[in-house]
Design a protein around this ligand. Structure first.
Ligand code: DQA
Length: 138
């Protein structure tokens, strides 16, 4: 199986950015633990702060990979373009959030992506990514 984990804007700052909300571990230090847990899965990691680059990458993998675990960061709450892109793909996309967005500001309560995704996981810290993978790998 081949799965892409994609992080959107500001998630390159995990470990540094608001550690009270997002924890003190970078994604790069968490990724090898995930890979160890799913040795049968080929995991690829991609991060971009740029919406169009995320769309390009999703289009590149979305017809051949077995799934995408997507934390689109703030674009979750703004992006019709990502919604349309996810709907265009052949492979399932799981929306993830580190924080429980429903416990936070109201503008984080709406997701443009959820209706286009296979499922949504939020609020489990970095473990949200593992739970999403579990959902894809079965
Ligand atoms: C986030 C939640 C979003 O509201 C926020 O804009 C992020 C991170 C999360 O993982 O909890 O950048 O997606």
């Amino acid at each position: 199986m081949k799965i892409l984990i994609m992080n959107g804007p500001n998630l390159n700052l995990l470990g540094v950015r608001e550690p009270g909300i997002y924890g003190d571990s970078s994604f790069e230090s968490y990724l090898p633990k995930l890979q160890q847990r799913y040795p049968q899965v080929e995991l690829e990691y991609y991060q971009s702060n740029i919406e169009g680059e995320m769309i390009n990458k999703l289009q590149e993998v979305g017809f051949t990979y077995d799934g995408v675990v997507l934390n689109a960061g703030a674009y979750t709450h703004t992006s019709v373009a990502l919604h349309d892109c996810i709907r265009s793909l052949k492979c399932p996309v799981i929306e993830v959030h580190i924080s429980n967005v429903h416990q936070r500001e109201e503008f984080r309560h709406h997701s443009y992506l959820s209706p286009a995704c296979k499922g949504v996981i939020c609020g489990f810290g970095l473990d949200s990514y593992r739970l999403a993978l579990e959902g894809l790998v079965g």
